[in-house]
Design a protein around this ligand. Structure first.
Ligand code: R7I
Ligand code: MG
Ligand code: MG
Length: 351
């Protein structure tokens, strides 16, 4: 059963990325989106295959490195990112990140964290690239101490995003996937989910205050999670433009990770279209917000997939997307590794 949720998480991320990509920086109307999703059900219609973008390309590197090295290895991770980028640089990467890859390559990976640190006049990037690729860390660390998971999430993100908003966004996304994965299906409650995230982020954001940007709130993510809660109180009366205005839909971490969490929770709580598939509705709603649609749909998709499982992800959506089988294979390996670690721990305790 839990394997289904590991697979759901990585497949969910790919589906969000592939289906969200055509709408990047656009805001499709409800009619257009309904047509788009309806077209996938038409067996005789030949649709263009939906390629994945940098979100999936980098998520695959994170998963593969954790699998190959049986843990976090900064050098291997960095090598994989760079190799992937130079194999196919046309996956829609952000504007800063190629500079990091170039420097890492040029310096033969001797200074793993330096290139990211020197970006943006030494402030580092706060793009959402750390958050968009973090899901495999939450899976790999399923049974580890939360502190260890957060340490890995931060160190992995720092390879490219050294700005506090960038790595804390990745930490928040990692926690959201982690909690979704650990919550029994049918029992996830918005308040509990958000309370847990707020509690964790309060302790995360109290550290590293010396790295605050001038316009950054000390408890940036905690405040944004409270706004998510307030918006959810208003149910489906909240309009797309308000979400964009209050939470954001940009390709920076603080204006997209809380938005993805909102999309997941809004659909979870919604009683509209009860007969609909909650996973599909999550992706559809995330795309309807416009802006950074591939990434917001991918992050919402990985949380939703970790909660609902692969079985809930319609096949006709999976069939549209590049890289589904690869995601299933990686998720299966990560799951096997977790089960193995678990058995060893139990043996050690004499259980
Ligand atoms: O974060 P990153 O990997 O980009 C991910 C996004 C996702 O939406 C992908 O789907 C892809 O489209 O890009 O790459 P970065 O280059 O580090 O950051 C992405 C963008 O965030 C940059 O191009 C900037 O527009 C913006 N950004 C910043 N803007 C102002 N000040 C990142 N950091 C800053 C900043 O410090
Ligand atoms: Mg992308
Ligand atoms: Mg994007």
């Amino acid at each position: 059963m839990s394997k289904d949720r590991f697979q759901g998480c990585l497949v969910g991320a790919v589906v969000g990325d592939c289906l969200g990509r055509p709408f990047e920086m656009l805001r499709p109307t409800d009619e257009r989106l309904s047509e788009y999703f309806f077209s996938f059900q038409e067996p005789n219609l030949r649709l263009p295959y939906k390629p994945y973008t940098d979100d999936t390309a980098m998520t695959r590197c994170v998963a593969q490195s954790l699998i190959d090295k049986k843990g976090f290895n900064a050098r291997d991770m960095a090598v994989k990112f760079v190799k992937e980028y130079y194999t196919n640089s046309k996956r829609g990467y952000g504007s800063y990140i190629p500079i990091v890859f170039f420097k890492l390559k040029e310096t033969h990976f001797t200074d793993l964290y330096g290139p990211a640190k020197r970006l943006v006049d030494g402030k580092g990037s706060y793009g959402n690239g750390g958050a968009m690729r973090i899901a495999p860390v939450a899976l790999f660390c399923r049974d580890m101490d939360k502190e260890e998971m957060l340490r890995i999430a931060k160190e992995e993100t720092l390879l490219t995003h050294s700005n506090r908003r960038g790595y804390n966004g990745a930490i928040l996304q990692c926690l959201a996937v982690h909690i979704a994965l650990h919550t029994l299906e049918g029992t996830l409650e918005r308040r509990k989910f958000l309370d847990q995230l707020i509690m964790e982020m309060e302790s995360v954001e109290t550290c590293g205050k010396e790295e605050l940007d001038d316009d950054e709130d000390e408890l940036e993510y905690v405040k944004r999670l409270r706004k998510v809660d307030e918006l959810l109180d208003r149910g489906t009366a909240v309009r797309v433009l308000e979400v964009e205005d209050i939470l954001g839909t940009a390709m920076v971490a603080h204006l997209s990770v809380p938005t993805a969490i909102y999309a997941f929770l809004r659909v979870l709580e919604s009683t509209e279209g009860q007969e609909g598939n909650k996973f599909q509705e999550t992706i559809k709603y995330a795309i309807s917000l416009g802006g950074d649609t591939d990434t917001i749909a991918s992050m919402a998709g990985s949380i939703a997939g970790a909660y609902y499982g692969l079985e809930m992800i319609p096949l006709h959506l999976q069939e549209q997307c590049e890289g589904i089988n690869h995601a299933i294979t990686q998720a299966t390996k990560l799951h096997k590794m977790c089960e193995g670690q678990n058995k060893m721990m139990q043996k050690g305790k004499g259980i």
